[in-house]
Design a protein around this ligand. Structure first.
Ligand code: AMP
Ligand code: FES
Ligand code: ZN
Ligand code: ZN
Length: 318
């Protein structure tokens, strides 16, 4: 079969059951043509299979889904809820103008639709909005943003008694990150690139149940479920290398369907165990407790407390 859906193709699963429904989507690397209900079922089963494969969480665990208002995290929240998990949402209001306003509203609307709790953490009350942090620190917005996201995700999950944080990272995200880390042979990051990061030293377990699902697949799942999500990227993401890597990998995938999945899955199967056993000492650094806030940190003072200090001294001068 070609890469695209040919007119008149029947759903593979319907056909196997002696039914004759038309397919609306073709997944070349899985060699599957599916009708809408079977696509939704396929997506949820694949998510469930990934959860089991990597022992992400048990059916009775309280899960906190990190929700950005984008297609992936909302699709994940929907799928987990449909699969019967107890999953609440967590949204960090980064204070990035219209982008944050819209994504927050879409997250609130979705939480109401599925009848689950959404915890909102406003950055302007915790430290300052991301554009102010960017100005004060002279660091790229995305790096400060990543730091505060990781910190508050972990702290809020602990404070509210959730045992696991689920993020919407998809296969395209993981491939772009893996590719970037491989280009620099960044052992420390490669060692930690895994769909499950176990709970340790003050860090709550973090999981990525969509790591084997592509961006297109999660967009389609959201579309078929009438999930409204923010369709544009954060304004600070323009020119990010991860976007360039994603474009490059789309071309590779187009030429050779299944390449993304192969690159990522084979890394997990073959390279990740080597990095984490035989060369255990490579890139090993100890986790301490931040002397100011008590949260886990690789240094005496954690990156968020350092950010807070910088913002405070800048705004005091102004
Ligand atoms: P990104 O780093 O923007 O690609 O997002 C990756 C994942 O991080 C998303 O799928 C969400 O699970 C989570 N995330 C991103 N932005 C937020 C946010 N503002 N609040 C909570 N979680 C977020
Ligand atoms: Fe954090 Fe764009 S979402 S800087
Ligand atoms: Zn079907
Ligand atoms: Zn701290």
């Amino acid at each position: 079969m070609a890469n695209k859906l040919k007119q008149g193709t029947r759903c593979t699963i319907c056909k196997s059951k002696g039914q004759n429904n038309k397919a609306v989507v073709y997944l070349p690397h899985h060699r599957l043509a599916l009708c809408k209900p079977h696509y939704i079922e396929w997506f949820e089963k694949r998510t469930q299979k990934t959860i089991k494969e990597f022992k992400m969480f048990k059916p009775d665990e309280k899960i906190l889904v990190a929700v950005s208002g984008g297609k992936d995290s909302l699709a994940l929240w929907n799928a987990l809820t449909k699969l019967g998990y107890e999953a609440d949402g967590f949204y960090i209001d980064l204070g990035i103008g219209e982008y944050s306003e819209e994504s927050k509203q879409l997250s609130i609307d979705f939480a109401n639709r599925i009848g689950r709790k959404l915890h909102i953490v406003p950055m302007k009350e915790k430290i300052a909005p991301i554009p102010t942090i960017k100005e004060s620190t002279k660091r790229p917005a995305c790096s400060a943003c990543g730091t505060v996201k990781r910190y508050y995700m972990n702290k809020i999950a602990k404070d509210l008694g959730y045992s696991v944080i689920a993020t919407g990272h998809n296969l395209d995200d993981e491939v772009a990150t893996l590719f970037g880390n491989t280009l620099g042979w960044d052992i420390n990051y490669l060692k930690r690139q895994y769909p499950v990061l176990e709970e340790e030293n003050g860090f709550v377990r973090k999981v990525k149940p969509l790591c084997k699902i592509t961006e297109k697949e999660s967009a389609l799942y959201s579309f078929f479920n009438d999930i409204e999500y923010i369709e544009y990227e954060c304004p600070f993401s323009e020119g990010a290398s991860s976007i360039e890597y994603k474009e490059l990998w789309s071309k590779i995938e187009e030429q050779s369907p299944g390449s993304k999945l192969r690159f990522y899955s084979e890394f997990l199967k073959k390279m990740h165990p080597i990095l984490n056993t035989e060369n255990e000492k490579i890139g090993h650094s100890e986790i301490k407790k931040c002397l100011i806030c008590g949260e886990p940190s690789y240094n005496d003072i954690c990156s968020v407390c350092k950010l807070k200090e910088k913002v405070k001294s800048k705004t005091a001068k102004a």
